[in-house]
Design a protein around this ligand. Structure first.
Ligand code: ASP
Length: 373
Protein backbone atom coordinates (compact mmCIF):
# COMPACT_ATOMS: atom_id res chain seq x y z
CA UNK A 1 0.00 0.00 0.00
CA UNK A 2 1.21 3.53 -0.89
CA UNK A 3 2.42 5.50 2.11
CA UNK A 4 0.21 8.43 3.11
CA UNK A 5 2.02 11.80 3.20
CA UNK A 6 1.63 14.00 6.28
CA UNK A 7 -0.61 16.43 4.33
CA UNK A 8 -2.89 13.74 2.98
CA UNK A 9 -3.04 12.16 6.46
CA UNK A 10 -4.27 15.44 7.96
CA UNK A 11 -6.77 15.81 5.10
CA UNK A 12 -8.01 12.22 5.56
CA UNK A 13 -8.44 12.76 9.31
CA UNK A 14 -10.41 15.97 8.74
CA UNK A 15 -12.69 14.23 6.19
CA UNK A 16 -13.17 11.29 8.60
CA UNK A 17 -14.08 13.65 11.43
CA UNK A 18 -16.45 15.60 9.18
CA UNK A 19 -18.15 12.37 8.07
CA UNK A 20 -18.18 11.09 11.62
CA UNK A 21 -16.40 7.89 10.62
CA UNK A 22 -14.07 6.04 13.00
CA UNK A 23 -11.78 4.58 10.35
CA UNK A 24 -8.20 4.69 11.59
CA UNK A 25 -5.65 6.45 9.47
CA UNK A 26 -2.80 3.95 9.51
CA UNK A 27 -3.79 1.45 6.84
CA UNK A 28 -7.35 2.88 6.91
CA UNK A 29 -8.52 -0.25 8.79
CA UNK A 30 -11.61 -0.09 11.00
CA UNK A 31 -10.81 0.17 14.72
CA UNK A 32 -10.89 -3.18 16.53
CA UNK A 33 -13.72 -3.46 19.03
CA UNK A 34 -12.16 -3.91 22.48
CA UNK A 35 -12.77 -7.38 23.88
CA UNK A 36 -12.36 -8.62 27.47
CA UNK A 37 -8.95 -9.83 28.58
CA UNK A 38 -8.90 -13.54 29.40
CA UNK A 39 -5.90 -15.43 30.79
CA UNK A 40 -5.85 -19.14 29.92
CA UNK A 41 -3.82 -21.21 32.38
CA UNK A 42 -2.89 -24.69 31.15
CA UNK A 43 -2.27 -27.61 33.50
CA UNK A 44 -2.52 -30.54 31.08
CA UNK A 45 -4.92 -33.48 30.81
CA UNK A 46 -6.59 -35.09 27.82
CA UNK A 47 -7.43 -31.71 26.29
CA UNK A 48 -3.73 -31.20 25.61
CA UNK A 49 -3.31 -34.85 24.63
CA UNK A 50 -1.81 -36.18 21.41
CA UNK A 51 -3.35 -39.37 20.00
CA UNK A 52 -1.53 -42.25 18.31
CA UNK A 53 -3.59 -41.64 15.20
CA UNK A 54 -6.75 -39.75 14.24
CA UNK A 55 -9.07 -42.45 15.60
CA UNK A 56 -7.28 -43.52 18.77
CA UNK A 57 -9.90 -41.85 20.96
CA UNK A 58 -8.73 -43.53 24.14
CA UNK A 59 -5.13 -44.27 23.28
CA UNK A 60 -3.12 -41.08 23.62
CA UNK A 61 -0.55 -39.26 25.68
CA UNK A 62 -2.18 -36.59 27.80
CA UNK A 63 -0.48 -33.30 28.71
CA UNK A 64 1.57 -32.88 25.51
CA UNK A 65 0.45 -29.75 23.64
CA UNK A 66 1.38 -26.34 25.04
CA UNK A 67 -1.60 -24.15 25.91
CA UNK A 68 -0.25 -21.35 23.67
CA UNK A 69 -0.45 -23.64 20.62
CA UNK A 70 -3.99 -24.74 21.54
CA UNK A 71 -5.17 -21.14 21.77
CA UNK A 72 -3.37 -20.36 18.48
CA UNK A 73 -5.40 -23.12 16.83
CA UNK A 74 -8.58 -21.22 17.79
CA UNK A 75 -7.47 -18.08 15.95
CA UNK A 76 -8.73 -15.96 14.32
CA UNK A 77 -12.22 -16.73 15.74
CA UNK A 78 -11.21 -16.54 19.41
CA UNK A 79 -9.85 -13.01 18.89
CA UNK A 80 -13.38 -11.77 18.28
CA UNK A 81 -14.53 -12.81 21.79
CA UNK A 82 -11.44 -12.26 23.94
CA UNK A 83 -7.96 -10.83 24.12
CA UNK A 84 -6.27 -14.05 25.25
CA UNK A 85 -2.93 -14.56 26.96
CA UNK A 86 -1.68 -17.96 28.05
CA UNK A 87 0.31 -19.34 30.96
CA UNK A 88 1.65 -22.89 31.22
CA UNK A 89 1.22 -23.84 34.90
CA UNK A 90 2.06 -27.48 34.18
CA UNK A 91 1.32 -30.14 31.58
CA UNK A 92 0.37 -33.48 33.14
CA UNK A 93 -2.56 -35.60 34.24
CA UNK A 94 -4.91 -34.01 36.75
CA UNK A 95 -4.30 -36.76 39.32
CA UNK A 96 -0.58 -35.89 39.56
CA UNK A 97 -1.08 -32.52 41.24
CA UNK A 98 -0.53 -32.11 44.98
CA UNK A 99 -2.23 -29.84 47.51
CA UNK A 100 0.95 -27.69 47.46
CA UNK A 101 0.42 -27.35 43.66
CA UNK A 102 -3.22 -26.41 44.26
CA UNK A 103 -2.07 -23.66 46.55
CA UNK A 104 0.25 -22.27 43.85
CA UNK A 105 -2.57 -22.53 41.33
CA UNK A 106 -4.84 -20.36 43.49
CA UNK A 107 -2.10 -17.73 43.69
CA UNK A 108 -1.60 -17.92 39.90
CA UNK A 109 -5.33 -17.48 39.23
CA UNK A 110 -5.67 -14.55 41.65
CA UNK A 111 -2.56 -12.90 40.18
CA UNK A 112 -3.95 -13.27 36.63
CA UNK A 113 -7.27 -11.77 37.72
CA UNK A 114 -5.51 -8.59 38.84
CA UNK A 115 -4.84 -7.67 35.20
CA UNK A 116 -7.45 -9.74 33.33
CA UNK A 117 -11.24 -9.75 33.24
CA UNK A 118 -11.51 -13.52 33.62
CA UNK A 119 -9.49 -16.73 33.81
CA UNK A 120 -9.87 -20.12 32.12
CA UNK A 121 -8.00 -23.10 33.59
CA UNK A 122 -7.57 -26.25 31.53
CA UNK A 123 -7.14 -29.50 33.48
CA UNK A 124 -7.61 -33.22 33.10
CA UNK A 125 -11.16 -34.30 33.77
CA UNK A 126 -10.35 -37.06 36.31
CA UNK A 127 -9.99 -34.71 39.27
CA UNK A 128 -11.35 -31.56 37.65
CA UNK A 129 -14.16 -31.46 40.22
CA UNK A 130 -11.53 -31.24 42.97
CA UNK A 131 -9.58 -28.51 41.12
CA UNK A 132 -12.85 -26.63 40.70
CA UNK A 133 -14.01 -26.89 44.32
CA UNK A 134 -10.55 -25.98 45.61
CA UNK A 135 -10.45 -22.83 43.46
CA UNK A 136 -14.06 -22.05 44.43
CA UNK A 137 -13.05 -22.17 48.11
CA UNK A 138 -9.77 -20.28 47.84
CA UNK A 139 -9.73 -17.72 44.99
CA UNK A 140 -10.30 -14.22 46.40
CA UNK A 141 -11.47 -12.44 43.24
CA UNK A 142 -15.15 -12.57 42.22
CA UNK A 143 -14.27 -12.35 38.49
CA UNK A 144 -15.20 -15.37 36.34
CA UNK A 145 -13.07 -18.50 36.71
CA UNK A 146 -13.96 -21.23 34.21
CA UNK A 147 -12.46 -24.73 34.15
CA UNK A 148 -12.48 -26.87 31.06
CA UNK A 149 -10.96 -30.03 29.64
CA UNK A 150 -12.07 -32.75 27.28
CA UNK A 151 -12.82 -36.45 27.07
CA UNK A 152 -11.07 -36.86 23.71
CA UNK A 153 -7.56 -35.65 22.90
CA UNK A 154 -7.01 -32.57 20.73
CA UNK A 155 -5.82 -34.59 17.71
CA UNK A 156 -8.60 -37.15 16.99
CA UNK A 157 -11.53 -36.70 14.61
CA UNK A 158 -14.65 -35.57 16.43
CA UNK A 159 -12.64 -34.24 19.36
CA UNK A 160 -14.44 -32.15 21.98
CA UNK A 161 -11.20 -30.41 22.99
CA UNK A 162 -11.07 -27.24 20.79
CA UNK A 163 -14.83 -26.62 21.10
CA UNK A 164 -14.65 -26.90 24.90
CA UNK A 165 -11.69 -24.51 25.08
CA UNK A 166 -13.36 -22.01 22.75
CA UNK A 167 -16.67 -22.11 24.64
CA UNK A 168 -14.89 -21.79 28.01
CA UNK A 169 -13.06 -18.65 26.79
CA UNK A 170 -16.31 -17.31 25.34
CA UNK A 171 -18.13 -17.92 28.64
CA UNK A 172 -15.33 -16.37 30.72
CA UNK A 173 -15.17 -13.31 28.44
CA UNK A 174 -18.94 -12.84 28.66
CA UNK A 175 -18.58 -11.95 32.36
CA UNK A 176 -21.87 -13.74 32.97
CA UNK A 177 -20.50 -15.87 35.79
CA UNK A 178 -19.15 -12.94 37.82
CA UNK A 179 -19.71 -13.79 41.53
CA UNK A 180 -20.57 -17.42 40.65
CA UNK A 181 -17.21 -18.61 41.99
CA UNK A 182 -15.54 -21.29 39.88
CA UNK A 183 -17.60 -23.03 37.21
CA UNK A 184 -16.96 -25.90 34.78
CA UNK A 185 -17.69 -25.73 31.06
CA UNK A 186 -17.63 -28.99 29.10
CA UNK A 187 -19.98 -30.45 26.54
CA UNK A 188 -21.64 -26.99 26.25
CA UNK A 189 -22.86 -27.36 29.87
CA UNK A 190 -21.99 -24.94 32.68
CA UNK A 191 -21.77 -26.59 36.13
CA UNK A 192 -21.19 -25.29 39.67
CA UNK A 193 -17.92 -26.29 41.35
CA UNK A 194 -19.58 -27.44 44.57
CA UNK A 195 -22.05 -29.81 42.95
CA UNK A 196 -20.43 -31.12 39.78
CA UNK A 197 -19.11 -34.69 39.56
CA UNK A 198 -17.46 -36.81 36.90
CA UNK A 199 -20.00 -39.59 36.51
CA UNK A 200 -18.59 -41.73 33.70
CA UNK A 201 -15.06 -42.87 32.87
CA UNK A 202 -15.35 -42.31 29.13
CA UNK A 203 -18.51 -40.56 27.91
CA UNK A 204 -18.35 -36.95 26.71
CA UNK A 205 -21.36 -35.96 28.86
CA UNK A 206 -19.60 -37.27 31.96
CA UNK A 207 -20.10 -34.13 34.11
CA UNK A 208 -23.33 -33.83 36.04
CA UNK A 209 -24.54 -31.79 38.99
CA UNK A 210 -27.09 -34.42 39.98
CA UNK A 211 -30.38 -33.21 41.38
CA UNK A 212 -29.13 -29.60 41.49
CA UNK A 213 -28.81 -29.55 37.71
CA UNK A 214 -26.51 -27.61 35.44
CA UNK A 215 -26.20 -23.84 35.81
CA UNK A 216 -26.75 -23.23 32.13
CA UNK A 217 -25.49 -23.85 28.63
CA UNK A 218 -23.36 -22.31 25.91
CA UNK A 219 -25.45 -22.47 22.74
CA UNK A 220 -23.05 -20.89 20.25
CA UNK A 221 -23.61 -17.11 20.72
CA UNK A 222 -26.31 -17.62 23.34
CA UNK A 223 -25.01 -18.14 26.84
CA UNK A 224 -27.97 -19.16 28.99
CA UNK A 225 -27.73 -19.17 32.77
CA UNK A 226 -30.80 -20.68 34.40
CA UNK A 227 -29.60 -20.73 38.01
CA UNK A 228 -26.72 -19.47 40.15
CA UNK A 229 -24.75 -20.79 43.13
CA UNK A 230 -26.15 -19.50 46.44
CA UNK A 231 -23.08 -17.35 47.12
CA UNK A 232 -24.13 -14.94 44.37
CA UNK A 233 -26.42 -13.40 47.01
CA UNK A 234 -23.29 -11.96 48.64
CA UNK A 235 -22.00 -10.43 45.37
CA UNK A 236 -20.18 -7.14 45.98
CA UNK A 237 -19.93 -7.76 49.75
CA UNK A 238 -16.92 -8.87 51.78
CA UNK A 239 -18.99 -11.91 52.84
CA UNK A 240 -18.79 -13.19 49.23
CA UNK A 241 -15.23 -14.32 50.02
CA UNK A 242 -14.81 -17.66 51.75
CA UNK A 243 -12.93 -17.76 55.09
CA UNK A 244 -10.04 -19.60 53.40
CA UNK A 245 -7.45 -16.97 52.50
CA UNK A 246 -4.37 -19.07 51.74
CA UNK A 247 -2.07 -16.08 52.27
CA UNK A 248 -3.10 -16.10 55.91
CA UNK A 249 -2.52 -19.84 56.42
CA UNK A 250 0.62 -21.59 57.64
CA UNK A 251 3.12 -23.15 55.26
CA UNK A 252 1.94 -26.74 55.67
CA UNK A 253 -1.72 -27.53 55.41
CA UNK A 254 -3.34 -30.32 57.43
CA UNK A 255 -3.50 -33.85 56.08
CA UNK A 256 -6.95 -35.30 55.44
CA UNK A 257 -7.59 -38.76 53.98
CA UNK A 258 -10.66 -40.74 52.83
CA UNK A 259 -11.78 -44.17 54.12
CA UNK A 260 -14.42 -46.10 52.14
CA UNK A 261 -16.96 -48.29 53.90
CA UNK A 262 -18.46 -51.52 52.59
CA UNK A 263 -19.74 -54.84 53.94
CA UNK A 264 -17.52 -56.01 56.81
CA UNK A 265 -14.95 -53.27 56.13
CA UNK A 266 -11.93 -53.44 58.43
CA UNK A 267 -10.86 -50.59 60.70
CA UNK A 268 -7.21 -50.75 59.66
CA UNK A 269 -7.37 -47.98 57.07
CA UNK A 270 -8.60 -45.44 59.62
CA UNK A 271 -6.04 -46.61 62.19
CA UNK A 272 -3.24 -46.39 59.61
CA UNK A 273 -4.27 -42.86 58.57
CA UNK A 274 -4.37 -41.75 62.21
CA UNK A 275 -1.00 -43.39 62.94
CA UNK A 276 0.47 -41.67 59.87
CA UNK A 277 -0.48 -38.30 61.32
CA UNK A 278 -3.72 -37.47 59.48
CA UNK A 279 -5.50 -34.53 61.09
CA UNK A 280 -8.81 -35.47 59.55
CA UNK A 281 -10.50 -38.43 57.86
CA UNK A 282 -13.56 -38.40 55.63
CA UNK A 283 -15.63 -41.56 55.65
CA UNK A 284 -17.47 -42.52 52.46
CA UNK A 285 -20.26 -44.33 54.22
CA UNK A 286 -23.09 -46.55 53.08
CA UNK A 287 -26.49 -44.85 52.74
CA UNK A 288 -26.77 -41.82 54.99
CA UNK A 289 -23.17 -42.11 56.19
CA UNK A 290 -23.06 -45.51 57.94
CA UNK A 291 -19.72 -47.23 58.49
CA UNK A 292 -18.96 -50.86 59.43
CA UNK A 293 -18.62 -51.81 63.15
CA UNK A 294 -14.84 -52.16 62.74
CA UNK A 295 -14.55 -48.74 61.13
CA UNK A 296 -16.79 -47.26 63.80
CA UNK A 297 -14.52 -48.62 66.56
CA UNK A 298 -11.39 -47.34 64.79
CA UNK A 299 -13.08 -43.93 64.38
CA UNK A 300 -13.84 -43.73 68.12
CA UNK A 301 -10.18 -44.40 68.94
CA UNK A 302 -8.96 -41.85 66.39
CA UNK A 303 -11.35 -39.17 67.72
CA UNK A 304 -9.90 -39.74 71.21
CA UNK A 305 -6.51 -38.96 69.68
CA UNK A 306 -7.76 -35.68 68.16
CA UNK A 307 -8.58 -36.76 64.60
CA UNK A 308 -11.67 -34.99 63.17
CA UNK A 309 -14.05 -36.92 60.88
CA UNK A 310 -16.43 -35.76 58.18
CA UNK A 311 -19.19 -38.19 57.31
CA UNK A 312 -20.31 -38.52 53.66
CA UNK A 313 -22.26 -41.00 51.59
CA UNK A 314 -20.80 -43.31 48.97
CA UNK A 315 -24.14 -43.34 47.10
CA UNK A 316 -23.23 -40.37 44.88
CA UNK A 317 -26.04 -38.09 45.98
CA UNK A 318 -28.00 -36.98 49.03
CA UNK A 319 -26.90 -35.42 52.31
CA UNK A 320 -25.43 -36.68 55.57
CA UNK A 321 -26.86 -34.29 58.16
CA UNK A 322 -24.84 -33.30 61.19
CA UNK A 323 -25.77 -35.03 64.48
CA UNK A 324 -23.46 -32.98 66.70
CA UNK A 325 -21.42 -36.07 67.56
CA UNK A 326 -18.06 -35.23 69.10
CA UNK A 327 -15.36 -35.49 66.46
CA UNK A 328 -17.74 -36.47 63.64
CA UNK A 329 -19.20 -33.78 61.38
CA UNK A 330 -22.01 -34.39 58.89
CA UNK A 331 -20.72 -33.23 55.48
CA UNK A 332 -24.12 -32.22 54.08
CA UNK A 333 -24.33 -33.20 50.39
CA UNK A 334 -20.63 -32.91 49.62
CA UNK A 335 -18.99 -35.88 47.91
CA UNK A 336 -16.16 -37.53 49.89
CA UNK A 337 -13.47 -35.90 47.74
CA UNK A 338 -14.98 -32.43 48.15
CA UNK A 339 -15.65 -32.89 51.89
CA UNK A 340 -11.96 -33.76 52.18
CA UNK A 341 -10.94 -30.38 50.70
CA UNK A 342 -13.36 -28.46 52.92
CA UNK A 343 -12.21 -30.33 56.04
CA UNK A 344 -8.57 -29.72 55.12
CA UNK A 345 -9.09 -25.97 54.69
CA UNK A 346 -11.30 -25.79 57.79
CA UNK A 347 -8.67 -27.51 59.95
CA UNK A 348 -6.07 -25.11 58.58
CA UNK A 349 -8.16 -22.24 59.98
CA UNK A 350 -9.47 -23.56 63.29
CA UNK A 351 -9.91 -26.54 65.60
CA UNK A 352 -13.29 -25.22 66.76
CA UNK A 353 -15.64 -28.08 65.80
CA UNK A 354 -18.74 -25.91 65.97
CA UNK A 355 -17.26 -23.45 63.50
CA UNK A 356 -16.37 -26.31 61.14
CA UNK A 357 -19.90 -27.74 61.48
CA UNK A 358 -21.33 -24.35 60.50
CA UNK A 359 -19.07 -24.11 57.45
CA UNK A 360 -20.11 -27.59 56.30
CA UNK A 361 -23.81 -26.82 56.53
CA UNK A 362 -23.80 -23.27 55.17
CA UNK A 363 -20.77 -22.52 53.00
CA UNK A 364 -21.93 -22.36 49.42
CA UNK A 365 -24.70 -24.82 50.30
CA UNK A 366 -27.01 -25.22 47.37
CA UNK A 367 -30.11 -23.98 49.17
CA UNK A 368 -31.06 -20.32 49.21
CA UNK A 369 -31.93 -18.97 52.65
CA UNK A 370 -34.87 -16.56 52.44
CA UNK A 371 -34.20 -13.52 54.63
CA UNK A 372 -36.72 -13.06 57.50
CA UNK A 373 -39.07 -10.09 57.03
N1 ASP B 1 -6.12 -38.71 32.65
C1 ASP B 1 -6.71 -37.47 32.27
C2 ASP B 1 -6.55 -36.47 33.38
O1 ASP B 1 -5.58 -35.78 33.37
C3 ASP B 1 -8.12 -37.65 31.90
C4 ASP B 1 -8.73 -36.46 31.26
O2 ASP B 1 -8.16 -35.40 31.15
O3 ASP B 1 -9.88 -36.60 30.86
O4 ASP B 1 -7.39 -36.32 34.24
Amino acid sequence: MRKLTRRSTVLFTLISLALGTTASVAGAEPDKKPVPKVAVIGTGGTISGVSKNRVSFQDYESGKLPISKMVDDLKPEVDTVADVTTEQFGNKGSGSYSIADYRRLTATVDQALKTNDAVVVTTGTDTMEEFAYWLDLTVRSDKPVVLTGSMRPWTVIGTDAPANLYNAIHLAASGKTTCYGTVLMLNDQIQAAREVRKTDALRMDTFSSGASGELGVVDQDNIRLNRAPARIQQCGKKTWETPFDLDKMGKTLPRVEIAYSYQDAGGEAIKAFADAGADGVVTAGTGAGGVSPQMSAARKDAVKNGVIFASTTRTGSGAVYDKNTDGVIGADDLTPQKARLLLLLSLAKTDDQNQIRTWFSTLGAAQFITPRR
